[in-house]
Design a protein around this ligand. Structure first.
Ligand SMILES: *Cc1c(COP(=O)(O)O)cnc(C)c1O
Length: 420
């Protein structure tokens, strides 16, 4: 018997994805300009970006980025603990801690790494004999992939509760023996747009002696007074929620992420998180741009107000059309379609109409819940939202409340929209 070959195995798995309409396609965008993208020689109006406050192209971010790169170069040249962090990094950490009302913040190269890092620091068992036993990590079923990966890589016992079900989470925590426990949740769910029941989760963590961690990638900048996020909107400080993680790549329009909380937590994460210690620090120019993004996000509340008005307009219009929108008051407005094929077909039709919307399929979302993930931004205008509604109305027979009809097999080689 020949031994199996890894590349052959991978090719089989790829072919299986293709047959299940789960192949993802990477498109190249020649030019991005606010909500407009030029791709394949066409200009498309995008409803798939996470640049909720329209900051990614802001002249003040671009100017800060240029200035810092001209002064100090592009790369940070080493991990922060080796060559030191630059003044831009320190200024950004201070700005993020002040904005979110936390004692201290620590920058990571990405949200994925921040979650791996903080979970490793909190949950890993360390050298045999030097630490207490395995920790428990309780998570919402719809948490972002990197929270799940973080708990798995840390070797924690992972239990997942039904989406938004605080009572189930409480039971999972209560049934543990004497293990230390972390409850981790998205603040705003990335593929559904709804909010975690944060006050209930905070109360049950206090009752059960567990630590609460919130990933606010989609809440920061959008929710709360001055955009300070889901926790601020829920009135929860660092005592109730010691571990806050959020990214710089969504509403702040930059790249990177941070963990914020009590000084002792941040110090411990810095000492123990391998994805912090062994990775090159963010380019300082990015940190300089992000300082401007934090300032604009705090000060310019009209961006949040405009976004909220567009969301309300979109939801009212969708309700009139009888579209099966998920309940969400955030910038993320998913239209549930069911099969992967139906989601791809709808995205294809929208693209023909000049609109770019992501078709999100398993394994990013549970089987049978493929959807269009429509995101709105302060970059959009009312007329553009109306144009999207018109295009969705034209698709109506395929996804009104009665559910999508069976779709014919799509021909081989058809272009497929890349999911997140
Ligand atoms: C995007 C996202 C991340 C990952 O952040 P990156 O900086 O893109 O790696 C983590 N958590 C949630 C909820 C996200 O939406």
């Amino acid at each position: 018997m020949p031994r199996p070959d890894l590349l052959a195995r991978l090719a089989v798995q790829t072919a299986e994805r293709s047959q299940a309409h789960l192949l993802r396609r990477l498109r190249t965008v020649e030019r991005a300009d606010g909500p407009w993208l030029e791709t394949g020689g066409r200009r498309l109006l995008s409803f798939c970006s996470n640049d909720y406050l329209d900051l990614a192209g802001h002249p003040q971010l671009v100017a800060a980025f240029r200035r810092a790169a001209a002064d100090g170069g592009v790369g940070s040249t080493a991990a922060a603990l080796v060559c030191g962090q630059r003044a831009e990094h320190a200024a950004l950490e201070e700005a993020l801690a002040a904005w979110t009302g936390r004692e201290r913040a620590l920058l990571f190269s990405s949200g994925y790494m921040a979650n791996l890092g903080v979970m490793q620091a909190l949950l890993a068992q360390g050298e045999p004999g030097s630490r207490p036993g395995q920790a428990l990590c309780v998570q919402d079923k719809l948490n972002h992939a990197c929270l799940l990966d973080g708990a798995r890589l840390a070797g924690a016992e992972l239990r997942r509760y039904p989406h938004g079900d605080a009572a189930a989470a409480a039971r999972q925590l209560a049934s543990r023996a004497d293990a230390a426990a972390l409850l981790a949740t998205d603040g705003v769910f990335s593929m559904d747009g709804d909010l975690a029941p944060l006050p209930e989760l905070a109360a049950l963590c206090a009752r059960e002696g567990a630590t609460l961690m919130v990933d606010d990638a989609h809440g920061l900048g959008v929710l709360g007074g001055h955009g300070a996020g889901s926790l601020d909107a829920a009135g929860l400080g660092q005592r109730e929620v010691p571990v806050l993680m959020a990214t710089l790549g969504k509403a702040l329009g930059c790249y990177g992420a941070f963990v914020a909380g009590p000084a002792a937590l941040v110090e411990g994460v810095m000492q123990l998180a391998r994805p912090y210690i062994y990775t090159t620090a963010l380019p300082p120019a990015l940190a300089a741009a992000a300082v401007q993004a934090v300032r604009l996000a705090r000060e310019e509340s009209w961006r949040r107000e405009k976004l909220a008005a567009l969301v309300a307009r979109f939801r009212a219009g969708a309700a009139q059309l009888g579209l099966a929108l998920k309940p969400s008051s955030s910038a993320i407005q998913p239209l549930l379609l069911g099969s992967a094929q139906a989601a791809l077909e709808a995205a294809r039709q929208l693209e023909q109409a000049g609109l770019l919307v992501g078709a999100i399929r398993p394994p990013t979302v549970p089987a049978g819940s493929a959807r269009l993930r429509i995101t709105l931004s302060a970059a959009h205008e009312e007329a553009q939202v109306d144009r999207l509604l018109d295009a969705l109305a034209a698709l109506r027979p395929a996804h009104s409340r009665s559910g999508p009809p069976a779709e014919p097999e799509s021909p081989p080689g058809r272009a497929r929209i890349m999911a997140r």
